[in-house]
Ligand binder design. Structure first.
Ligand code: NAP
Length: 251
């Protein structure tokens, strides 16, 4: 019987330095997982260092590693370094994303390419490297978006670029399932982080808040427990997109 405990397990958290990814890194470490804290921008280095320190303060171990994951060789290097430092990988969480919100007629080719590089291409090659590397009984979780269940304008390229994750997830769940590796997409609603506010106006924030059951945005503290669950006792859930948004959207 395999164990779904996080004790001594190794988790790669892409975009694991801050906001939702930072909380997920800490939540998994609190149950004994060693954490590979990936970050991308130089500006996230202090967050990555703080997250590594927080993990160590919890009695576990961690290291930070930088990389632009739109380059597949950096996805390979991320998992290779995790194996080299910690001996293997059990849990792979891809929290990477970038949003733009604008009318279709204003989207440039460069914006389109960047959205699909960050939200789609990085997600695919992260899953590929996870599939190559993960120990039997592993878990792969990708962050999608509740916009996949919403009927709205202006997020065409962002939501469009998150959409393929569902199909990568289903295919990977089938292909890796014989190794008891579960693969899922977690799709939060509009979430109270700087990521969200950069694309919104005060009016649109009020509108989106009004779409939930209590007039509040999704919080990172609402999402991290689901990710922890999928990485442990929830292992039998596989191939799914799980919308978690306080009643914002359903499908
Ligand atoms: N906030 C929301 O409203 C909301 C709602 C639904 C879903 N989501 C999704 O939830 C996830 C976490 O979002 P968050 O709100 O916690 O914001 P966040 O901290 O800004 O997360 C996005 C992460 O993506 C990383 N990233 C961006 N470009 C990258 C690249 N080329 N290579 C590697 N990493 C890259 C960022 O790293 P650097 O900052 O170091 O570049 C950052 O860690 C994202 O996937 C997002 O799409 C967010």
């Amino acid at each position: 019987m395999h164990s779904n405990s996080l004790q001594q397990k190794v988790a790669v958290v892409a975009g694991g330095a801050k906001n939702l990814g930072g909380l997920v890194s800490r939540a998994l470490a609190a149950e004994g997982a060693r954490i590979v804290v990936h970050y991308n921008s130089a500006g996230s280095r202090p967050d990555a260092d703080a997250t590594v320190a927080a993990v160590k303060a919890l009695g576990s171990d961690a290291f930070a590693i930088a990389g632009d994951l739109t380059k597949p060789e950096n996805c390979t290097a991320l998992f290779d370094e995790a194996v080299r430092r910690f001996g293997g990988v059990d849990i792979a969480i891809n929290n990477v994303g970038k949003v733009i919100k604008k009318p279709i007629v204003q989207v440039t080719e460069a914006e389109y390419d960047e959205m699909f590089a960050i939200n789609t291409k990085a997600a695919f090659f992260f899953i590929k490297e996870a599939g190559r590397t993960l120990n039997d009984g592993g878990k792969i979780i990708t962050l999608g978006s509740s916009l996949l269940a919403a009927f709205t304008g202006y997020y065409s390229v962002y939501a469009g670029a998150k959409g393929p994750i569902e199909h990568f997830t289903r295919a990977a769940a089938k292909e890796f399932g014989s190794r008891r590796i579960s693969v899922n997409t977690v799709a939060p609603g509009p979430m109270d982080t700087p990521f969200f506010y950069g694309a919104e106006t005060p009016e649109s924030v009020a509108y989106l808040k009004g779409a939930t059951m209590n007039g509040e945005l999704t919080k990172i503290e609402d999402i991290a427990p689901l990710i922890r669950f999928l990485a442990t006792e929830g292992w039998w859930i596989s191939g799914q997109t799980i919308f978690i948004n306080g009643g914002f959207a359903t499908r």
